[in-house]
Design a protein. Structure first.
Length: 595
């Protein structure tokens, strides 16, 4: 039986079915995150699959929908629920059983952007919400609320938001009209982040919009980390949904080491269950990172090569051609290792290196990622190189040093560049260096994964490559941004009567292949959070494992006051990165003229 659960613009079509008879002729079908249960009373019930439980039962009968906020333990509670459902004959009866005072069998989603006056909200969150609205991906009934301390009216918020909505679809049909419609659904409430009273006022306003529908609420915490807990406490105690789900998206940083991260998790869990917490890592929402598993697990040619037998090294490279401009105060407390490596690059590494998951279910994927992280050696000081950008004069323009930023303490040793060699001590990856490189104020803006394959044994064409055999090995490049592409470097013969070899790219260049724009990572992630899809969010055990790898070296760098290697703004970064790579017989793939 094909289980199929469609919400708005997406459908879940990867399914697995199994029949459980139990003498009652019931059938269970599992989709990627929903359990569908058909009961003889012609009703269909969808249960949202969590790690150890099912939640939020949705009963569909004769086109009617009712939701029951419920938690059923997977191991023990299903039988009880089955008995309850068997006796349900109508959705009205379901409502009564669930204790709802709803007169419309519809639900609504209220999205509250906490910290609505801030940089991230303006730059990413509101534009992403608009793009989802434009694409008809938001539910029929939704409201967007901005919440922050700044005093603003609804009209002022709309005006602020409207300035950011040029985004990727500004040239499309009816864009202006759609913007107007979207803005009409945006509201603002001014309040303190630590005031239950202010959140209770928000709750009242949300209820006015929600009416008597089932209310689902999403809070996006787009605020500095020192106020996360207070805001979560107030939102949870004073503005949680009474009859639907309540979810909270939390932005990084999730602490600055194992201890502070564990404390944050513990504090969050005082007010929220783990499945209500959506820890965002926006790199997981990038198109080519999403495509990584498809590339690997749906193409026969890659998976057999995906191991120490054929792969010499893997490189994860992030570079930005601008400094910390405006964010120095935040950045100085964290540095590039915490800002980029411990989260974005490590998440990509885990996806790259994991074993085949049992299914595409969020928990199955996250289980495999955790296994990779737990198989890794904590990073050693000798395997790290750090750098910091210094002022540079080019073409009459003076580019500032990191410490020229007024929000950065004079003499700061915080790294703005780092290179690291990491190792996964499992059967698949034993001995393969995973090199990471991340830096600000470098010569270009780029994020990519480079997979360098081994030499061809007994290569008949050795002679043709002369001494530089490394250049002749295959390399697979997954360019996450900009100008998304996947290309494989191969050797081929130059056409003609002679035997001269050349290097060429088999190239999947997204802009050439697809005319449709690539959605921003925040669009995907927001939609996932609304739909309860957790695959691209970080589970707490993943986070713990990630911190364990970096905490010792971060402490050592700080205690020993290791001085970073200074590199000019706009350069390729410290030369130490090359020595580190050379120690493992690796050459960074992003250096040559031909890349
Ligand atoms: N900006 C970015 O590109 C990225 C940001 N992040 C993370 O997202 C979150 C939000 O980032 P961003 O928008 O840049 O943050 P901002 O510094 O812009 O802060 C957001 C809002 O929080 C309020 N605020 C700021 N400082 C304080 C304070 N000390 N005490 C109380 N309230 C304060 C302000 O609103 P008001 O005064 O109106 O209350 C501000 O508009 C942070 O956790 C950040 O680390 C993650 C990735 C990228
Ligand atoms: O999380 C962060 O990411 C941005 C880079 O994101 P991108 O999507 O523009 O590549 C980085 O600038 C910032 O320092 C960091 O906190």
């Amino acid at each position: 039986m094909a289980a199929f659960y469609a919400t708005h613009c997406r459908s879940y079509s990867y399914t697995y079915s199994s029949s459980i008879n139990g003498g009652r002729n019931q059938r269970f079908s599992f989709s990627s995150s929903f359990l569908r249960l058909s009961v003889p009373a012609k009703a269909k019930v969808f249960l949202q699959s969590q790690r150890n439980s099912y939640q939020n039962a949705v009963l569909m009968q004769d086109g009617a929908v009712a939701t029951k906020a419920t938690t059923v333990e997977k191991e023990t509670g299903l039988e009880k629920l089955k008995d309850e459902l068997l006796s349900v004959t109508s959705s009205k009866e379901w409502d009564e059983k669930a204790g709802f005072d709803i007169n419309e069998n519809e639900s609504t989603v209220s999205i509250t952007v906490v910290g609505a006056s801030g940089d991230l909200a303006k730059k990413k969150i509101f534009p992403a919400l608009f793009a989802l609205y434009y694409e008809d991906c938001l539910p029929k009934h939704f409201t967007v609320y901005g919440y922050a301390r700044s005093k603003m009216t609804d009209a002022e918020l709309r005006n602020m938001v409207s300035k950011t909505l040029t985004c990727r679809i500004d040239k499309r049909e009816n864009c202006g009209e759609k913007m107007e419609q979207f803005l009409k659904r945006c509201f603002y409430h001014s309040g303190q982040y630590d005031s239950q009273e202010n959140f209770a006022q928000l709750d009242k306003k949300l209820k006015e919009h929600e009416g008597r529908r089932v209310s689902n609420r999403l809070f996006y915490l787009s605020i500095p980390p020192n106020i996360f807990i207070e805001a979560v406490k107030c939102a949870s105690l004073s503005a949680s949904s009474g009859n639907g789900w309540t979810r909270v998206i939390v932005e990084k940083p999730f602490g600055r080491d194992s201890e502070s991260s564990a404390a944050l998790t513990k504090a969050l869990k005082q007010y929220l269950a783990e499945d209500q917490i959506f820890r965002i890592d926006h790199y997981l929402g990038k198109e080519l990172v999403e495509n990584l598993s498809v590339l690997r697990f749906s193409n026969l040619i890659f998976e057999p090569l995906w191991s120490r037998q054929y792969i010499r090294n893997v490189q994860l490279i992030f570079s930005e051609d601008f400094g910390t401009e405006g964010r120095g105060g935040y950045f100085d407390h964290y540095g590039i290792i915490r800002d980029i490596m411990q989260n974005h690059l490590l998440q990509i590494l885990a996806l790259f290196a994991m074993e085949t998951p049992v299914s595409l279910d969020a928990e199955d994927i996250r289980n495999e990622k955790v296994k990779v992280l737990r198989s890794m050696r904590p990073l050693q000081l000798e395997n790290v190189v750090i750098g910091q950008y210094k002022s540079h004069n080019k073409g009459g323009v003076t580019y500032p040093a990191y410490t020229d930023d007024k929000t950065v303490p004079k003499g700061s040793l915080t790294p703005t560049f780092a290179a690291a060699a990491l190792f996964i001590d499992n059967a698949r990856w034993d001995g393969v260096p995973f090199l990471m490189k991340a830096g600000k104020a470098l010569h270009n803006k780029r994020a990519e994964i480079r997979v360098q394959f081994r030499h061809v044994p007994g290569n008949l064409y050795n002679r043709n490559f002369r001494t530089d055999l490394d250049r002749a090995t295959n390399e697979l490049v997954i360019r996450v941004q900009p100008d998304e592409a996947i290309y494989l470097k191969i050797n081929n013969k130059v056409p003609g009567l002679g035997m001269r070899l050349d290097r060429s790219n088999l190239n999947l260049h997204y802009a050439a292949r697809y005319s449709k724009e690539i959605p921003d990572a925040y669009e995907r992630l927001l939609l996932d959070a609304i739909e309860g899809e957790r695959r691209l969010f970080i589970r707490s055990d993943e986070l713990d494992a990630a911190w364990e790898l970096f905490t010792p070296v971060l402490a050592e760098l700080e205690v020993k006051k290791i001085i970073p290697e200074y590199y000019p703004y706009g350069s390729r970064g410290p030369v130490g990165a090359h020595y580190l790579a050379a120690r493992y017989n690796v050459r960074w793939g992003d250096l040559g003229v031909e890349q």
